[in-house]
Each structure stands twice: as C-alpha cells, then as structure tokens.
Design a protein around this ligand. Structure first.
Ligand code: NAD
Length: 253
C-alpha cells in the first residue's frame, strides 16, 4: 500500500456492507489492512462480505438505536479507528406537494438517524482515544435538488450538515469527519427508479452517463477509493469536507 494510504492495523466499521458501495468499501478497507466489522440489516449479505474480507459482521438495522448501541459499542471496546456510514435507502416519485410524512420519516430514520445512531455509538471511544475518522455517505442529490426526490435529498443534506457541525465539535479531539457525495453508480438502490424493463434501464443509465463531463456512470470501486483516502492518513489535514466523486456532474465552489 502506497505511502499514507495503508489501513494496516486499523479497526473499521462499514455500514451497508452487504451490497453496492458499502461492500466495495469493506473489501477495499480490508485490502488496505483493516479489520472490518460489516454492518447490514441483511444478515446473509453482511455475512458474505465478512467472510470475503476476513472480518466480522453485525446483522442490524441502523435505525434501531438500541441494536446499533449494543453492536457498535462492543466492537469499539476493542478500539475503533474508522466509521464509514454507508447504509441508506432511496425515495423517488413524489412531488413536494404530495409528500407523505410517514414515508419521509422512514427515509429520514435510516439515512439521517441511522447515521447519527452509529456516530453516537462510537464517539465516546474515539474521544477517549483522541483519534478517529468518521465518513458519512451523502449524494449528488444535495446539489442537484432532483424534482420528485425531496425526501432522499433532504435526508442527505441533513447528513452533510451533521458532518460539518461534528467536524467543528470534535476536531480538537483528533477526530476527522467528512462525507462522500457520489454521482450515479448503478446498484440495487440507484436502479430502483428505472423500473424492471431492460430498455428503460438502458435509457436511464444513458441519461445519467451523459449528465457528467466524464461521460460515464461510476463504479462501486470508484466510490470505495474516496472512502479509503478519507479513512487513511493521506487525508490527515482534511475535515468537514464533502468529497464529490461524480464525474464532474456538479461543481460547487
Ligand atoms: N448508487 C448510487 O448511485 C448512489 C449515489 C449517491 C449516494 N448513494 C448512497 O450510497 C449508499 C449505498 O447505496 P448503494 O447504491 O450501495 O445501495 P445498495 O442497495 O446496493 O446497498 C445498500 C445496502 O445497505 C443496506 N441497508 C439499507 N438500509 C439499511 C438499514 N436500515 N440498516 C442496515 N443496512 C441497511 C442494504 O441491505 C444494502 O446491503 C446509500 O446511502 C446511498 O444513498 C448511492
């Protein structure tokens, strides 16, 4: 592993590790030398990733505060260097005037409160150790304000602000807090909105590919490498940032 990108000897928690971007991140962290706790509500998928990376797993719903507290606190008792909050759920198809508060609450419970639950479970250990890295998952949706996708976009915007406030609060404790905002990466979650028909899925992918200057959609590995960078000492002077890995689709200041 080149220079400061190694995670050798580090203990990392990856949520959403059963599929997509979380699974790719767990694999890359393990490949960089970390011992990884793979967290997912899908027990079989979490177990599969854990077996592939030689780590352990916890089959829990991140929205279940008590379950998160139990599982993450017990892992953190052995030390925790990195928390990657990747578990998330999508929403689409609702204009703001039609938004159903119960559906919004369900999305928010996973994407925002699930992230907060995991952070609060590991933070005491990180503060005691005076070191640690937290990386949250947001989305290009925070910049795009995609019509009919308010619940998801709002939940991710809330996580972006949580990232910045926490970075300010715990920088003095040696803890870095950042977020990754991916562009479009074909996964179970992102392809939900395309529907089942092959032609619709191809057209959907084509539209997203053309929306980025690089002219393609991302891969799970593209995004996992952003998590590796932020988790590693290569990013030791980086905190409070939103790292946009999106082929250039959005370019805010
Ligand atoms: N794929 C994209 O284009 C894209 C773009 C931007 C952001 N994201 C974000 O990346 C994250 C991962 O998405 P993905 O595309 O890999 O999706 P995915 O569906 O492939 O994987 C998501 C994983 O999270 C798990 N999960 C979902 N809800 C959970 C919960 N409550 N508790 C525990 N585990 C839970 C699922 O079981 C699944 O294994 C999400 O937060 C998503 O919002 C994805």
């Amino acid at each position: 592993m080149i220079g400061r990108l190694s995670l050798s000897g580090r203990r990392a928690i990856v949520t959403g590790a059963g599929a997509g971007l979380g699974r790719a991140t767990a694999r890359l962290f393990a490949g960089a030398g970390a011992h990884v706790l793979c967290v997912d509500r899908d027990a079989a998928a979490a177990g599969e990733t854990a077996a592939a990376v030689g780590g352990c797993f916890a089959a829990i719903d991140v929205a279940d505060r008590r379950a998160v507290g139990n599982a993450l606190t017990s892992f953190a008792a052995g030390g925790v260097d990195v928390l990657a909050n990747i578990a998330g759920v999508a929403s689409s198809g609702e204009r703001v005037e039609e938004m159903d508060p119960a559906r919004f609450e369900a999305i928010f419970a996973v994407n925002f409160k699930g992230t907060l639950n995991c952070i609060q479970a590991v933070l005491p250990s990180m503060v005691a150790a005076q070191r640690g890295v937290i990386i949250n998952m947001v989305s290009s949706a925070i910049d795009l304000a995609i019509p009919t996708n308010a619940s998801y976009s709002i939940s991710k915007a809330a996580v972006a602000m949580l990232t910045k406030v926490l970075a300010n609060e715990v920088g003095g404790d040696g803890i870095r807090v950042n977020a990754v905002a991916p562009g479009f990466v074909p996964t179970g979650l992102s392809m939900e909105a395309a529907g089942p028909a092959a032609a619709d899925r191809a057209a959907y992918l084509d539209r997203w590919s053309k929306s980025a200057p690089l002219g393609r959609v991302g891969t799970p590995d593209d995004i996992a490498h952003q998590f590796l960078y932020l988790a590693s000492d290569a990013a030791s002077f980086v905190t409070g940032q939103i790292l946009r890995a999106n082929g250039g689709m959005t370019m805010p200041w």
